[in-house]
Design a protein around this ligand. Structure first.
Ligand code: NDP
Length: 419
């Protein structure tokens, strides 16, 4: 019996909300709150009569901590699920602390304005000290550890697929398959085809910023940074086939490097087609990926936000997308003194996802783990106090829930390794 406030009603949130409604014995009441209330109302109307979960809706600007505090105080939830954007992570965490409520999200903090001098000074220092230049990192949210611990609250960070399930896979491998993990390769393959020359599968602003940034990986205790898209490999993915994949910086590498003892190397690869890369390079070259506002005929425009308005809404890709995703982790290490390799992954079908929740598999593979993370907190299976990433909790009940609610895992004990 739980009351949950869900902030955001975009591609990922709409899947998470529908999945919560499938588990109405736990999610007895939810409030869907977002900047655009009409989207919340439309989803609530779609679910009316199909679930025992009692749904209400609200308007909130989550950039404004006081608005979130007021909403929490009037709704009185046990948990706030932040499925808005990474920009809102800190304001929502502040509101949860002020109201004594547990928190969770699906991506770590990133500032909306990367030109803000105060943020920039801290960022420049971190780039120098840590050796990676991504705009997002865990330091901002890890800074809340003591506050959450002292308040007796839990903040679960990054319960999507990657970050999220990939870290549970690492914890699972460490718990059941290895005495020592030496290397981790996280492989994110989207074999889906939506038929457009160019579109992003989730929020274009977040997606394009991630992909156009330098890549980096963790090796022998430090970061190695490389130019964007400069390390390419090919891999033959189960149920998808042969794909080109590129090494990217990805947020879970940062926490895994701290939480998997003695790990020597962690890399993250994502598949991209040639057409996507050509479009992206071209847009970057003409300045359309910039987040710095420009003045156009007396009006201030942020180029990447304007681009977002031109591109297909990720939510509209659902009915058009065919094919499958395959996301997982390949490990090397030792068990009982012998070398061992292991691959754990999930395959998700775009059309099946659409049939179930009218969303393509990218939103599905993020929304289901968001619901499962909330389920862990609400049922007390994960109950440590403080701020944690997924690999810091027992992976077994989470993976069991993922298996049950639509993202079953598969294993290989003799995987082809990435060189
Ligand atoms: P969308 O852009 O589709 O949805 C974002 C939602 O947040 C919209 O409903 C938007 O409202 C709302 N929102 C934005 N700003 C505010 C605000 N200030 N106050 C209240 N609501 C706001 O994004 P996605 O659903 O694709 O992504 C959601 C999250 O999931 C992101 O953080 C993304 O990084 C993360 N993600 C994580 C993945 C993982 O595997 N871990 C994979 C993919 C995404 P409005 O309708 O008004 O714009």
């Amino acid at each position: 019996m739980s009351r949950v406030l869900i902030i955001g009603c975009g591609g990922v949130a709409s899947v998470a909300i529908q999945k919560c409604c499938q588990v109405s014995e736990v999610f007895t009441e939810i409030c869907i709150a977002s900047r655009t209330k009409a989207k919340c109302d439309a989803l609530a109307a779609k679910l009316a009569g199909k679930t025992a979960t009692k749904i209400t809706t609200a308007q909130v600007d989550a950039d404004n901590t006081q608005e979130v505090i007021d909403l929490i105080n009037s709704y009185k939830p046990e948990l706030v699920m932040n499925i808005a954007l990474p920009y809102q992570d800190l304001t929502i965490m502040d509101a949860c602390l002020a109201c004594g409520v547990n928190y969770m999200d699906t991506a770590n903090y990133e500032p909306e304005n990367i030109e803000d001098p105060e943020w920039r000074a801290i960022y420049d220092k971190r780039c120098k000290e840590e050796g990676f230049s991504a705009y997002f990192d865990y330091s901002w949210q890890w800074a809340y550890r003591k506050k959450f611990e002292e308040a007796g609250l839990t903040a679960l960070l990054g319960s999507g697929f990657d970050p999220g399930v990939t870290q549970a896979y690492c914890a699972y491998a460490l718990k059941h398959e290895f005495d020592q993990i030496d290397t981790i390769d996280i492989l994110d393959c989207n074999g889906g085809d939506h038929g457009y020359p160019f579109a992003t599968n989730f929020n274009p602003e977040i997606n394009l910023r991630e992909v156009s940034a330098p890549g980096s990986y963790w090796e022998n205790g430090h970061w190695v940074e490389i130019p964007a898209m400069s390390i390419k490999r090919e891999y033959n993915f189960d149920q998808v086939g042969q794909k080109d994949m590129y090494l990217l910086h990805h947020e879970e590498i940062e926490s895994l490097a701290q939480n998997i003892p003695g790990v020597k190397r962690i890399r993250f690869f994502m598949t991209f087609g040639q057409s996507y890369l050509t479009h992206m390079r071209c847009l970057e070259n003409v300045g359309m990926l910039s987040t710095t506002p420009i003045n156009y005929e007396g009006k201030e425009i942020v180029p990447i936000q304007f681009l977002k308005a031109l591109l297909p809404d990720p939510a509209s890709l659902g009915p058009r997308t065919k094919g499958k995703t395959n996301i997982g982790c390949i490990f090397t290490g030792t068990k009982d003194g012998k070398p061992k390799t292991y691959y754990i992954y999930n395959v998700c079908d775009h059309e099946e996802s659409y049939k179930e929740v009218e969303s393509q598999a990218i939103s599905y593979t993020t929304g289901v783990p968001a619901m499962c993370g909330a389920l862990m907190l609400l049922t007390g299976k994960w109950n440590k106090k403080g701020v944690f990433t997924v690999e810091e909790f027992d992976p077994d009940p989470y993976i069991e829930a993922l298996d049950k609610y639509g993202l079953p895992h598969q294993e290989s004990f003799a995987p082809v390794l990435v060189d």
